[in-house]
Write a protein that binds this ligand. Structure first.
Ligand code: ATP
Ligand code: MG
Length: 341
């Protein structure tokens, strides 16, 4: 058992898909399928952070929510702590809800405006039977608030009385109240000022060190994802197109989409600055994804007859490096050919 536990990832996702149907009502447009997430596989170790990056609408939030079974997957499997939870009923999921939590971009939306911080955090503990009586609850809430860097007097206040950064600390405290092992952090710093972003990123990193938490850290900003993650998954139109260790991103990334995202990151050091790769057009609709490689209409190196016809599968390119691109071997790693001018 112990050797199996050592090698079993905390979380393993296999070919996960979420298709929504939209329209099809009386007088509305014909029924269409939105391929929001379309065949995603990865695993996550205890204490590891996988950063998930990609443009708006590529399916990051849908993926995060489907993993937590807050949205029903259309296809695929989710294994958590060695159990296949894909078809778990709500009552079977109940004990697991404690161990898998979510932190949102805007905690304001998820905090009840009429509940004090004390009540909101205490409620989460009570629902899961983690406290015996009000005195213990009070103590635990106070300890949690201290842990996330808020003063004890925050307890009796309401969400609207706090700044964005403080509210995010409350959101984190509430997620931690039930002692989770895995947290989906869905753009937790995207709405915050840069200086506040760094504080929240550091808080999440400290908590991971202390508690051995695993994160799926979602963001559209590659720089923030790099700060937080052990490995980085780049998503495009419902699929992972490249997955690699954080330290390999700068020099080894090869997917033309990853290189375009990288080239858009402002770089102070002119020697490290990459030529900006401008992508033609917008992200296509997940209602009618382009045939072949979904990225081909915007790809600077797409080949006719191949990329517009055959869908590339995610394959091993190097150690712990996966890519979904027919032409990966032809691309200079890290976009090196663009680095000079
Ligand atoms: N309930 C739903 N019904 C129909 N379509 C949906 C639903 N939820 C999401 N979508 C669509 O699925 C796609 C993926 O959405 P999702 O919110 O997961 O993207 P995202 O990567 O999180 O974007 P953002 O960066 O803007 O948060 C989008 O095209 C979105 O419009
Ligand atoms: Mg989102």
């Amino acid at each position: 058992m112990s050797s199996a536990t050592a090698t079993t990832p905390l979380l393993a996702i296999d070919d996960l898909a979420v298709h929504f149907s939209s329209g099809g009502g009386f007088l509305s447009a014909p029924k269409q399928t939105v391929y929001a997430v379309d065949g995603v596989s990865f695993s996550l170790a205890a204490g590891e952070t996988l950063g998930l990056v990609g443009e708006s609408g590529c399916g990051k939030s849908t993926l995060g929510r489907a993993i937590l079974r807050l949205i029903e997957p259309t296809r695929g499997a989710i294994r958590f702590e060695g159990q296949d939870i894909t078809r778990f009923s709500q009552s079977e999921l109940r004990p697991l809800r404690r161990r898998m939590q979510i932190v949102f971009q805007d905690p304001y939306g998820s905090l009840n405006p009429r509940m004090t911080v004390r009540a909101a955090i205490g409620e989460a503990m009570r629902v899961h039977g983690l406290v015996k009586g009000p005195t213990q609850e009070q103590e635990r809430v106070a300890a949690l608030l201290a842990r996330v860097g808020l003063r004890e007097d925050a307890m009796s206040r309401y969400p609207h009385e706090f700044s964005g950064g403080q509210r995010q600390r409350i959101g984190i405290a509430r997620a931690l109240a039930v002692e989770p092992r895995f947290i989906v952090a869905d753009e937790p710093v995207s709405a915050l000022d840069v200086s506040i972003q760094a504080q929240i990123v550091n808080l999440l990193l400290d908590l991971q060190d202390e508690l051995g938490l695993s994160y799926l850290f979602v963001a559209h900003d590659l720089k923030v994802v790099e700060l937080m993650s052990h490995r980085i998954a780049v998503m495009y139109l419902g699929r992972i197109v490249e997955l690699l260790p954080r330290q390999d991103l700068a020099a080894r990334a090869r997917h033309p989409y990853t290189l375009a995202l990288q080239s858009a990151v402002p770089e102070v050091d002119p020697k490290k600055r990459k030529k900006r790769i401008l992508l033609a057009g917008d992200v296509p609709s997940p209602i009618a994804p382009p045939p072949g490689c979904a990225f081909h209409p915007r790809c600077p190196i797409a080949e006719k007859g191949l990329c517009d016809r055959e869908r590339p599968v995610l394959r091993e390119l190097g150690p712990r490096h996966q890519i979904a691109c027919h032409l990966a071997e032809k691309v200079a790693p890290g976009g090196a050919e663009h680095a000079s001018d």
